[in-house]
Design a protein around this ligand. Structure first.
Ligand SMILES: NC(=O)c1ccc[n+]([C@@H]2O[C@H](COP(=O)([O-])OP(=O)(O)OC[C@H]3O[C@@H](n4cnc5c(N)ncnc54)[C@H](OP(=O)(O)O)[C@@H]3O)[C@@H](O)[C@H]2O)c1
Length: 239
């Protein structure tokens, strides 16, 4: 996948990792649709802001109609607030699954024909090491990322014939406000070097896409994958 000259669409581009994706894609010479639930919050000159809540079918359709030249879809948006599965609010748990699984799937279904028309292109799903671990305080999120991993592997198989690269980014801890808020709420302190800067992660992710990698890791993500052959472990680990 060549980023220079590509046309990319990023979900949740108004803040956090999505904003870093939009910035670095622009820097590498891509055209960028920066989508957000509130596009007025997208503050990056040179991108094309579009309104998009990925759980809203009409908005997904409207964005697909407006962005028919996309050949790189970056599914970054996520609901990170599900709480635990037994004690948490059921509505919050459903929202996490609606967003992270069904919303991501809705985007892939809407853009699969567009990517096919534009030569195959690529999809990057932003997963998490949480997919392969347990997260006390946010078990619903971890489970949704496990589901999104299964989704990613299966759409890769389904879209292979049209030449679409389906890749997963599996980070551990990304230094966004959302992570710092979660850590403060749960009294977690991260060790030296445990948290990756969003801009550094985006560099790793886009380099991986340029190399056509199907799974792209930071160091905690790679540790989580290696640990899969042993008993289930909790997250954050080794921090
Ligand atoms: N931070 C971490 O430590 C970490 C670790 C591993 C993986 N990840 C993954 O990395 C990605 C980005 O994380 P982050 O820390 O940058 O998150 P963030 O700062 O909380 O940003 C989440 C983004 O998703 C958007 N969003 C939420 N629900 C949406 C919906 N229904 N439709 C469209 N957009 C929606 C938010 O929009 P609003 O501004 O409107 O709320 C926001 O733009 C996520 O997939 C997350 O699971 C994060």
């Amino acid at each position: 996948m060549h980023i220079h000259g590509a046309t990319a669409l990023v979900t949740g581009a108004n803040r956090g990792l999505g904003r870093s994706f939009a910035l670095e894609l622009l820097r590498r010479g891509a055209t960028v649709y920066a989508t957000a639930r509130r596009p007025e919050l997208v503050d990056i000159p040179g991108v094309r802001p579009l309104r998009l809540d990925i759980t809203d079918a009409a908005q997904v359709d409207a964005v697909a109609a407006a962005a028919g030249d996309v050949d790189l879809l970056i599914n970054n948006a996520a609901d990170t607030n599900g709480g635990n599965l037994i004690t948490g609010d059921l509505r919050a748990i459903r929202s996490v699954m609606d967003t992270n699984f069904h919303g991501t799937l809705a985007m892939i279904r809407a853009f699969a024909p567009i990517l096919a028309r534009n030569g195959g292109g690529a999809i990057l799903n932003v997963l998490s090491a949480a997919a392969w671990t347990t997260v006390d305080g946010n078990a619903a999120y971890a489970a949704s990322k496990s589901a999104e991993w299964g989704l990613t592997n299966n759409v890769r198989m389904e879209l292979a014939a049209q030449g679409t690269l389906v890749s997963a980014l599996i980070p551990g801890l990304i230094g966004t406000q959302t992570l710092f808020d979660f850590a403060e709420q749960h009294g977690i302190e991260f060790g030296e070097g445990a948290v990756i800067d969003p801009a550094d992660l985006v560099t790793v992710a886009l380099d991986g896409l340029e190399a056509d990698e199907v799974e792209i890791f930071d160091s905690l993500g790679r540790t989580a994958k290696q640990a899969l052959s042993g008993p289930p472990i909790s997250f954050p680990f080794a921090v």
